[in-house]
Ligand binder design. Structure first.
Ligand SMILES: [Zn+2]
Ligand SMILES: [Zn+2]
Length: 341
């Protein structure tokens, strides 16, 4: 049984499963155009996901071979994973924001060795204990999953309409979750005439019940001190100003009242930052901060890979606090410690 939701006026969504992941599904949107259906995201590269996608497209009266183009909100494998297979089947173009295309290109070019040594250096600098770092030095240098994503052949240009005959879909750059995340604003009247302006495909930027992971933008070649959490909060305000009548996210379900959800998220992050300042009454490394932050389970039950993600999130929060002048690095510490100002 294929799970297809009709959102009206030539927009449908398919629930494509993500293997072994608590998120469960990616919502892949099928947008009708005068040149044939265009997908917004594609799903995880996995045989069951592919079968579900193909069956869903069949239920929509098309097939992978009939796809005209693929618009990718961001480079993560639950969104971009199957883009290559769709392109192979159909000759469809794949469009992505340049900043995420760079990530894809880097991922394709970075061998596992380089990646492991980058992670080792990064975790050492964050104050990770030796027992956490040691496995990276001895890890089997096998190819990591998701290390060979499809290279997009079109760039999504912020603020511009995508070339979709018969539709008005504008790219809104919403960096934060990734450096090149985009939301896509369908500038057409809502089919049920809900109040507001059109509909917004929000990717992972704006979800009804969960907050997306905001970590550092991982780039072994770039020493720029970025502020992903600051970017994310700005991007939230950007989509609130659009005031779409309905949000079509890449996980969970469609919802209205964008403004309320954005306010909730801004308040959540402000509360979290304030909570971290309390912890930073004592100087802490990013690792020590991550250990003390609130997660969805106690630190000692957080698995290895998720700890890396947690530390990245702690670092993104530290960047924001430093940028706001609310915390600072303690001079002469190594690994560097941060303290409340
Ligand atoms: Zn994502
Ligand atoms: Zn996602």
């Amino acid at each position: 049984m294929t799970d297809v939701t009709d959102h009206g006026a030539g927009v449908r969504s398919l629930r494509v499963p993500i293997p072994d992941n608590p998120l469960g599904h990616t919502l892949v949107y099928v947008l009708d155009t005068d040149r044939g259906p265009v997908l917004v995201d594609t799903g995880w590269d996995d045989p069951a996901a592919w079968d579900t996608l193909a069956a869903g497209l069949a239920a929509c009266g098309t097939s992978p071979a009939g796809i005209h183009g693929v618009v990718v909100t961001h480079h993560h494998p639950d969104h971009h994973g199957l883009s290559g297979r769709v392109r192979e089947a159909s000759g469809a173009w794949i469009a992505m924001h340049a900043a995420d295309v760079s990530v894809v290109r880097r991922t394709r070019e970075t061998g596992p060795d380089r990646w492991y040594s980058y992670m080792t250096a990064k975790l050492t600098a964050a104050g990770a204990p030796e027992e956490h770092i040691a496995p990276l030095r001895t890890a089997r240098r096998r190819t990591l999953p998701g290390l060979s994503p499809a290279l997009p052949d079109r760039e999504i240009v912020p603020g511009e309409l995508l070339d979709l005959p018969g539709r008005r879909l504008r790219a809104i750059w919403t960096p934060g979750h990734t450096p090149g995340h985009v939301c896509l604003h369908l500038e057409e009247q809502h089919p049920a005439r809900l109040p507001g302006r059109g509909r917004l495909f929000s990717g992972d930027h704006l979800l009804p019940e969960i907050t997306p992971h905001i970590g550092l933008y991982e780039d072994p070649d770039d020493a720029t001190v970025t502020d992903p959490l600051g970017d994310y909060l700005d991007s939230l305000e950007r989509v609130a100003r659009l005031a779409p009548a309905e949000v079509l996210p890449a996980h969970q379900y469609a919802f209205a009242d964008t403004g309320a959800r954005v306010r909730e998220l801004l308040a959540h992050h402000e509360e979290r930052l304030t909570g971290l300042l309390d912890l930073l009454a004592t100087p802490l490394t990013p690792w020590q901060l991550a250990e003390r932050m609130e997660w969805n389970r106690p630190w000692d039950r957080i698995p290895y890979g998720s700890r890396n993600i947690a530390v990245s999130e702690a670092e993104a929060h530290l960047r924001r606090l430093v940028k706001q002048g609310r915390a600072e690095a303690v001079t002469g510490t190594e690994p560097v410690e941060y303290v409340r100002v």
